[in-house]
Design a protein around this ligand. Sequence first.
Ligand code: ADP
Length: 274
Amino acid sequence: KVIYNEESTKSIGNDLRKVAVQPIVNYSNISKSYGDLQVLRNIDLDIAPGEKVALIGPSGSGKTTLARLLMTLEEPTSGTIEVDGEMLWHQKTNGKLVKANEKHLHKVRGNIGMVFQHFNLFPHMTILRNVMEAPRNVLGLSKEEAMERAVTMLKQVGLANKIDAYPAQLSGGQKQRVAIARALVMRPKVMIFDEPTSALDPELVGEVLEVIKAIAAEGEMAMLLITHEMDFARDVADRILFFDQGRIIEQGSPKRIFNNPESERLQTFLSRFN
Ligand code: ADP
């Protein structure tokens, strides 16, 4: 499976040639049901390395489930998912669903970072320790290396002056920025943000969105952004996917989606934000 992105189009004399790029994430014919409730219906989605994709759509349309499948927090009912060319689940031709072994899953998960609505910091650890924990225990870095990485990340999210504080001493926006640093410190190839500001007081939303925008502008990491902040999605995303009832109803550039929504469902959805 190959996809093409404009950046990789190389000019050779007058000859414009498209160069194939392997997607960093590939969902192929993914469906998911909880009992009788079908939450995702035959989803096909490729995300290019470095691409920023925003998922918008009504509550309950399956956006979080799609992200959780990538984190292996849920199993698909059918279909195939690959991260960086490595299989998480594979649907065989006989219909049987095969899951990668634990060692393999561990490796694939290491390429993915996730920030949720609720930050779940360790309350008994300082901010610095919270961010150092995974590099120490999962990557096996030395204390010095882990600390250096953690401090760099905390600076990037604007919290260098809080490294010795405990989570309870921080505002919700600051805590969420720690959660972002904690995910980024692992240097994932894909970052998932699942409504990172929806649990915050309105006056704290902006600082968190600004941090995410700055990270996005650095470019290298692919991002899957689930958000109800339409202005943010428009600013950050290369591509917007509109979800409804477990399907991708419409997708395109922010300009196309917001200025020229085609389907009635998307028009109705967007009218709520005006
Ligand atoms: P969204 O992120 O778009 O709000 P979700 O993916 O969270 O949508 O949920 C899609 C649907 O799946 C909802 O109807 C939700 O209630 C249902 N759902 C999610 N998780 C579970 C679960 N663990 N068990 C049963 N139903 C679930």
